[in-house]
Design a protein around this ligand. Structure first.
Ligand SMILES: NC(=O)c1ccc[n+]([C@@H]2O[C@H](COP(=O)([O-])OP(=O)(O)OC[C@H]3O[C@@H](n4cnc5c(N)ncnc54)[C@H](OP(=O)(O)O)[C@@H]3O)[C@@H](O)[C@H]2O)c1
Length: 276
């Protein structure tokens, strides 16, 4: 684990998950500093993880190698503007997990393009250490800072790098919003199983375990999901009958539309958040 000092601006759900993951991975508690306005939340972070917590953002960020921005997207500009001079002097890398906020806007709020900014798009399973995060680094980010950002986000799941920040809208549509698509599918499968006569509890458990098992098999297999699907769909069999019904309803076409709608909305939200 890194010996660098890491400051979190905002000590809410995402910060708590990252801190928990980092401590579990062996990051020394003394290297983690959190700024959080809520006294109760500060005390709970100190009690649970032994980290240092401050009411004031500038104090928490003092001397930090990395400053992790973990406030709501709407409050990011207000939170970071007062830190502009300090972060430039310290040459801290700024890592933002705020959904939709573009690195150029963060750079602008911090006083210029030369501020090293890493933008991260984690998803909610990060709260249970199975997140999927995409990262993008501005040209001002050096190799050591890239590695540090990657280490931090890997504490809550897997990480991929994007060569182009414009791809963040597609990532938001896929993995950012994606957990909800799977929840919706689980909801629909459970309801359909109940309609076939299973009890709510049995339908729920079998749905969730099937989702987990399918995801694990797909991750551990060298075959792609289409091959795995064909393998369990013998001609004239039960799975083939179900897949035919899904194809007749154009499930693949619906996903094309759903992701396009989400990506377009991500772009609009980015425009709104940057208009400060
Ligand atoms: N949760 C996820 O799984 C997830 C996934 C992807 C991205 N994200 C991103 O992660 C960021 C944080 O989300 P979250 O779920 O952790 O939100 P959260 O639980 O609301 O945490 C934000 C924390 O920041 C504090 N805060 C507000 N203004 C502040 C300021 N000016 N300076 C310092 N701290 C301030 C808030 O305190 P008060 O409540 O007292 O205002 C709150 O404790 C968001 O930008 C979100 O887009 C989260």
């Amino acid at each position: 684990m890194s010996e660098e000092v890491i400051a979190f601006i905002g000590g809410g759900n995402m910060a708590r998950s990252l801190i928990g993951g980092l401590i579990a991975d062996g990051q020394p508690a003394a290297s983690l500093r959190i700024a959080e306005p809520d006294a109760e939340r500060r005390e709970s972070l100190v009690r649970e993880f032994g980290v240092q917590a401050f009411e004031d953002n500038a104090t928490a960020a003092r001397g930090a190698d990395a400053v992790m921005l973990a406030v709501k997207p709407q409050t990011l500009a207000t939170a970071v503007r007062p830190l502009a001079n300090q972060l430039r002097e310290q040459q801290s890398v700024v890592i933002s997990v705020a959904a939709g906020v573009r690195s150029a806007d963060i750079g602008r709020w911090l006083g210029g393009e030369d501020v090293p900014v890493v933008r991260a798009m984690p998803n909610t399973p990060a709260l249970v250490k199975t997140g999927a995060t995409a990262l993008y680094a501005t040209p001002a980010v050096n190799e050591a800072q890239r590695n540090l950002a990657e280490t931090l986000l890997r504490a809550v799941g897997m990480v991929v790098w994007l060569p182009d920040e414009a791809q963040m809208d597609a990532v938001t549509a896929l993995s950012g919003s994606g957990p909800a698509y799977f929840f919706y599918t689980m909801e629909a499968m459970q309801a359909a199983a109940e309609a076939q006569g299973l009890s709510t509890e049995t339908a729920r458990l079998l749905t969730l375990e099937t989702a987990l098992g399918a995801a694990r098999m797909a991750l551990e297999s060298s075959e792609d999901p289409a091959t795995l699907r064909r393998r369990v769909s013998s001609p004239g069999g039960t799975t083939a009958a179900a897949i035919e019904a899904l194809q007749a309803g154009d499930l693949a076409g619906l996903y094309q539309k759903a992701l396009a709608a989400a990506a377009a909305r991500a772009g609009e939200i980015g425009d709104d958040l940057g208009a400060h």
